[in-house]
Design a protein around this ligand. Sequence first.
Ligand SMILES: [Zn+2]
Length: 365
Amino acid sequence: MPETVLAGLSNIRTTEEMIVAFRDEEHCRRLLESMVWPDGRICPACGYKRSIAIAGRDTGKRRARPGLYQCSSGDCRFQFTVTTHTPLHSTKLPLRVWLKAMWLMLQSDKGLSSVRLAEALGVSQPTAWRMGHALRLMVAREHMLDGTVEVDHFHLGGRPRKHSDDPPPGRGRKGQANTEKTPVMAMVQRPNDVTPGTPAGDARAAVVTGLSLRAAERAVETQIEPHARLMSDEAKAFTAIGESFASHETVKHSSREYVRDTVHVNSVEGFNSRVRRTIAGVFHHISSQHADLYFHEIGFRWSQRVITGSAVRKTRHGREITRTLWSRVPPALQLLSVFRAATGRQMRRSPDGGIIIRSAVAVFG
Ligand SMILES: [Zn+2]
């Protein structure tokens, strides 16, 4: 990646600076190319590392536009642009609108509703909604969590219904059968250490049907390395799940134990409450069909923080606890992580205005 690109992105701090930086379409294309292909152009069809620019040439149908390339592999000859086989390909929006949208969404603390994003950009709400999902698709992370991983489960509350003839929403697990509350597994990898500059670990969440042991196991097995050190509360499901990991330690919330040396689930509980607050405050209601996409976004936001230090705080009971202090990676620099995993993730607009995810797997990066 050219140094100037990085320097340019580091200089974007305010909305005004962002608008100036993302005003020229040609500049935005070059910027996006250096983020999607940090190590040089790669053919999205076959992975070949040599290609030629064919701008201005007659391609048969019309004259090739700037940013159109052709794979140099004799077997391939695929023609592509920086958005080919990425979620950005799903609209015909200018790249400068895409970059502004991504920055605005990352700049906001918990995310932007499609209504607010549409207002800010002057696009339709369905378009803004699809742009939001494009971000969520690109920030999905596929590698397994490792090291010390805290797991927990919680219920995502459906909002109380407005119709008076509906049954009242139940609370917690007791009322599970007649509510819209969705059981969710949350997993957070702890940072390797607490020295300043260390990035937060990744955080994941997944809907588990009825919190059955099988569903919970599946969520955990596909996301956490077996040699990880697992931490949870003493819930029964976790006892069984923990057996397939190198080690499993629990805190006994029932006997008011929350921290025992390094054994605690504070990180994952922090993540839980962030998920709940984000869904309740920004996205209101999410379909379980798209829940994973929202979880990708919330998990990505969680990971885009670095440790800046620590502070000692006294609890209400006079006990001293050390709290880790964090700062957020600037939104413009988060774009580097967003677009590095763009190729291969593809979505299309469905006939009814929704989205169809054709592939959620990144090909490079
Ligand atoms: Zn190719």
